[in-house]
Design a protein around this ligand. Structure first.
Ligand SMILES: Cc1ncc(C[n+]2csc(CCOP(=O)(O)OP(=O)(O)O)c2C)c(N)n1
Ligand code: SF4
Ligand SMILES: [Mg+2]
Length: 294
């Protein structure tokens, strides 16, 4: 008699099964703290899975250690909760041995930038076709709140009571410098944007790196408030869209231009009357020289 395994191996289900996001939710409780930014990654990932058109048995999620390391438990596909910092090494090996699989990595800023930093840069350089999602909460959460390579200078943590001394890594810049061919950054508060990033990463044939600013409401709450809170978000965040100008702000009146090799930001005013001209000049002198009206 044929077993289910025989059936799966002999007849891959490509094209014959229509999945829904709920098919990727296992029957286990998610153990992240209530309010953890991790939920904002889990749900869009589950939403895009049916669109991949890949049978569940051909999808694998690999993790290292940290709160993000629990991710494979929360996906009803194959997975491996690996060892600290080694998720990219394991995932690369898996992809090389089984190129037919869709291979994903869930990692953290400590897991991927500290102990796993070497695997990360070489993963970028080698351009193996895997998708790496990094939960960047700028702290080691699982071990209860030590500073990480993305903690900002001066950040007070359990291991830096007087403030972190070092400049942080910029993970996206590090990935680009190491040769990654797909680099993206999103925030937990914008799940729709994350969904589109994950779709694009899945479609990319090569190493994809998606950094997600993920709030840890227990050990580093509010780390991203200065640019994610509703009242400031639009004025502090630029959405990079391919081929489109870098315009931002509530009034869409700010932008970024490249001046020689330096990016600069600017703001424009509509100048109609002598009175508003005068007002513009006052604004210009009252503010820094790093932007100007055009
Ligand atoms: C070899 C090894 N060294 C250290 C640890 C302890 N450890 C567990 S998780 C962790 C840091 C995780 O930080 P991060 O990747 O930012 O994950 P988060 O919990 O913040 O999601 C450390 C140092 C370990 N498990 N194994
Ligand atoms: S400790 Fe922080 S990162 Fe870990 S599950 Fe709780 S909120 Fe999330
Ligand atoms: Mg972390």
């Amino acid at each position: 008699m044929k077993t289910l395994l025989d059936e799966i191996i002999s007849k891959p289900h490509i094209g014959s099964i229509v999945y829904e996001p709920k098919d990727f939710k296992p029957d286990v409780d998610v153990r992240w703290c209530a309010g953890c930014g991790g939920y904002s990654i889990l749900s869009p990932v589950q939403r895009i899975m049916p669109e991949l058109g890949i049978p569940k048995e051909k999808i694998a999620f690999i993790s290292g250690i940290g709160c993000s390391g629990r991710f494979p438990y929360y996906m009803d596909v194959y997975g491996f909760h690996g060892i600290h910092g080694r998720a990219i090494a394991i995932a690369s090996g898996l992809k090389i041995g089984r190129p037919d699989l869709s291979v994903w990595v869930a990692t953290g800023d400590g897991d991927n930038m500290s102990i796993g930093g070497n695997h990360f840069i070489h993963g970028c350089r080698r351009n193996t076709n895997i998708n790496v999602i990094m939960f960047n909460n700028e702290v080691y959460s699982l071990t209860k709140g030590q500073y990480s390579p993305t903690s900002h200078k001066g950040q007070i943590t359990k291991s830096s009571p007087l403030g972190a001394l070092d400049e942080p890594f910029n993970p996206a810049a590090l990935a680009l410098g190491a040769g990654a061919t797909f680099v993206a950054r999103g925030i937990d508060k914008d799940r729709n944007h994350l969904q589109s990033l994950f779709e694009r990463a899945a479609a990319h044939n090569g190493f994809s790196f998606i950094e997600v600013y993920t709030n840890c409401n227990i050990f580093n709450d509010g780390a991203f408030d200065s640019f994610t809170k509703k009242d400031v978000r639009e004025d502090q965040t630029v959405m990079l869209e391919h081929g489109k100008p870098l315009v931002f702000g509530k009034e869409r009146d700010k932008g970024i231009i490249i001046d020689g090799l330096n990016p600069r930001w600017y703001r424009w005013w509509t100048v109609n009357t002598p009175w508003t001209t005068c007002w513009c000049m006052m604004k210009k002198t009252a503010r820094s020289h790093s932007y100007w009206a055009i």
